[in-house]
Design a protein around this ligand. Structure first.
Ligand code: AMP
Ligand code: GLY
Length: 424
């Protein structure tokens, strides 16, 4: 099978790493790839957001499957274009990607099927939004409706802060993404990310992963794309798994099919595990980054037939096989991230890190310059490790981090603290 993989971050490196282990793979093409991925396949020079070039490249190489990492190209209609060209695509149509690209669409679907989610109201006028806030209790949750790369959510302790978020968003701070806003009930609990692969009608569960969204130790500092992750997630018990499938995933997949927007690809449910069960915070229509990296390290089944079956509507119900090990991932990020940061400092020691027991390193924001590996993004490296327990996995991952020689980066030193505390 010839596969074209779209994207060039840590998520895509781990997907490529797993796909490359499939005996069914004959050639892996990359759009655009990264220095880690490029050793596993053939870079095409095509960027992840160039829909025309992706379709042309897929056609030229006669690929059997396009696997899409990032959401922006899906929301812009990559899967629809590939469908017109009769090229199987792992990733939803723009219509189905609205589950992520429009918070109010996600809420409409969740409400239609009675899936547990925070109570909400939507607004385009600041005055109406402010009035509504005054009927609610703190903390206030104010969100941009559209895709805002993690910058569209404000959790405000006071009405003054909440009003400011409303004014900023509706005043155009995030452009079109904030033209409409959603104000919702604050959910109290522990978060987990849960994933299923779907082919439009059937869904197959993956596993739950917990990540750390804040930049600094103790879950302090600004929100990021994720600073570390681990699985298993102790908070995601079998009972929570069953409730999530029955009350959220299965009804939503059925409702999307009923509305003529069948969901194909990976559905990522951001959940709050509350005292009375799982509640849906958000959907994403792609693998999580860095959650994907953890899942790829623990998946025993061959992923390629599953991705192809999902893309072609041939998914069989059932479970995939997973290692009984735990996996931990530490993100090494550029100083300053998620704010402004410098690029271009050299990185060494990846081979030494990978010589540590259980360690695999995925590149997230790196680049080759004059034969040397340099930092080229906010999140730069993902150090993953497997171990028999979460504690083992975490210790091994930090041993790997210790081998990396990079002066311009930082990382959190408390990845998986909740899980480690739960086992004390
Ligand atoms: P989102 O982009 O919708 O996932 O929101 C980003 C983060 O904000 C989530 O991962 C949560 O930590 C937090 N968050 C979003 N909505 C709520 C809510 N209703 N209650 C509590 N926390 C929330
Ligand atoms: N790590 C969270 C995300 O991928 O959105």
């Amino acid at each position: 099978m010839k596969v074209l993989l779209v994207g060039g971050g840590g998520r895509e490196h781990s997907l490529g790493w797993k796909i490359a282990q499939s005996p069914l793979l004959t050639q892996l093409y990359l759009a655009p790839g990264n220095p880690g991925l490029n050793r596993l396949g053939e870079p095409t020079g095509v960027s992840a957001d160039d829909i025309d070039a992706i379709v042309m490249t897929a056609r030229r190489h006669g690929v059997d499957l396009v696997v899409v990492g990032p959401e922006a190209t899906l929301a812009a209609g990559l899967a629809d274009r590939l469908a017109q060209a009769s090229i199987p695509c792992f990733g939803p149509s723009a219509g189905a990607a609205a589950l992520e690209s429009s918070k109010s669409y996600m809420k409409e679907i969740a409400t239609a099927v009675g899936a547990p989610t925070a109570a909400y109201a939507r607004f385009t006028e600041a005055a109406a939004a402010r009035n509504y806030l005054r009927t609610q209790k703190a903390p206030f949750v104010v969100k941009a409706d559209g895709l805002a790369a993690g910058k569209g959510v404000f959790i405000a302790e006071t009405l003054t802060e909440a009003d400011a978020a409303v004014d900023d968003l509706l005043g155009g701070a995030l452009g079109a993404a904030g033209r409409e806003i959603v104000i919702e009930e604050f959910l109290d609990g522990e978060e987990a990310s849960f994933f299923v692969i779907a082919d439009g009608k059937t869904s197959v569960p993956l596993i739950a992963v917990q990540d750390h969204k804040r930049a600094f130790d103790g879950d302090k500092g600004p929100n990021t794309g994720g600073m570390g992750a681990y699985s298993p997630a102790p908070v995601f018990t079998d009972a929570i798994h069953d409730q999530t499938m029955k009350k959220i995933i299965e009804p939503v997949i059925a409702e999307m099919a009923r509305r003529g927007r069948p969901f194909k690809g990976v559905l990522f449910a951001g959940l709050m595990i509350c005292e009375d069960g799982p509640k849906l915070i958000e959907f994403n229509v792609r693998f999580g980054d860095p959650e994907c990296q953890v899942m790829m390290r623990l998946m025993q089944s061959d992923i390629l037939p599953v991705l192809h079956a999902a893309a072609t509507g041939a998914l069989k119900p059932g479970e995939l096989e997973w290692s009984r090990d735990a996996c931990a991932l530490i993100v090494m990020a550029a100083n300053g991230y998620p704010g402004a940061y410098a690029k271009g400092s050299t990185i060494a020691g990846i081979e030494r890190a990978e010589a540590c027991d259980g360690v695999v390193v995925f590149h997230a924001g790196t680049k080759m310059r004059d034969g040397a590996l340099i930092a080229d993004g906010g999140r730069v490296l993902n150090i993953t490790a497997r171990g028999h327990t979460i504690r083992d996995a975490v210790e091994r991952a930090y041993r790997g981090v210790g081998e990396i020689d990079w002066s311009d980066g930082f990382y959190r030193r408390d990845i998986a603290w909740r899980a480690l505390k739960a086992f004390l």
